[in-house]
Design a protein around this ligand. Structure first.
Ligand SMILES: [Fe+2]
Length: 214
């Protein structure tokens, strides 16, 4: 195998990322279509527009380096999208599906953040200032998308899905509005038992962890 320079690896990584973005432009409309939350759907649609602009930006990066924009199949993104497709096939209620869609999309975002983070560092190290600036713009957009998805997930979607998962059970953390005396008693006893076992297990568990580390 011929020895490649960091510049060769950089171009190769750019081609990989160019292809990853193109794959995403096909996957994002499917996520948007499957989303129930209007905010989530809007987030996917907005990121689709951004992704198209990111492909254009990558073309500018290639040009700034005197290279033709060209993709190379990205197996990593293909795998993440394939897993996302399995999520779409799950038989889940609307909030659970939205939570799953966010999980799939965030896997893709984190993969891209890793790729762009490396690309910015390599471009900077090799003095490709224009390329580094363009790549940083995209990295910032990916981070903002990731944060927006976290906000949506933690701003209600995850809780709604969690409530559906635990709806009507005797989770002792979920104090009912008007507990019956019997239930209150049971909860109190259970809470005491939990506190007891936590205090007796705590130090022992810590000791085991410490021992394992050594
Ligand atoms: Fe992207």
């Amino acid at each position: 195998m011929a020895q490649g320079s960091l510049h060769d690896m950089f171009i190769d990584e750019l081609r990989d990322t160019y292809d990853a973005e193109k794959q995403l432009t096909k996957a994002l409309p499917k996520l948007a279509k499957a989303a129930t939350s209007t905010d989530l759907r809007a987030a996917f649609e907005q990121h689709l527009q951004e992704t198209r602009a990111q492909i254009e930006r990558l073309a500018q990066v290639f040009e700034s380096l005197g290279e033709k924009p060209r993709g190379k199949h990205c197996d990593g993104m293909a795998g993440i999208i394939e897993e996302g497709k399995s999520a779409l096939e799950e038989d889940a209620d609307e909030a659970t599906m939205d939570a799953l869609l966010i999980a799939s999309a965030q896997r893709a975002e984190h993969y891209e953040m890793a790729a762009y983070g490396t690309l910015v560092s390599w471009a900077t190290a090799m003095g490709h200032t224009e390329a580094a600036q363009l790549l940083q713009e995209t990295l910032d957009e990916e981070k903002a998308t990731d944060e927006k998805l976290t906000t949506l997930a933690e701003g209600g979607i995850n809780q709604e899905a969690a409530d559906l998962a635990h709806g009507g059970d005797q989770d002792e953390d979920d104090e009912p509005m008007a507990p019956t005396p019997a239930r209150r008693k049971q909860t109190g006893a259970a809470a005491k038992a939990t506190a007891r076992s936590a205090s007796s297990r705590g130090p022992a568990r810590k000791a085991t962890t410490g021992a394992r580390k050594r």
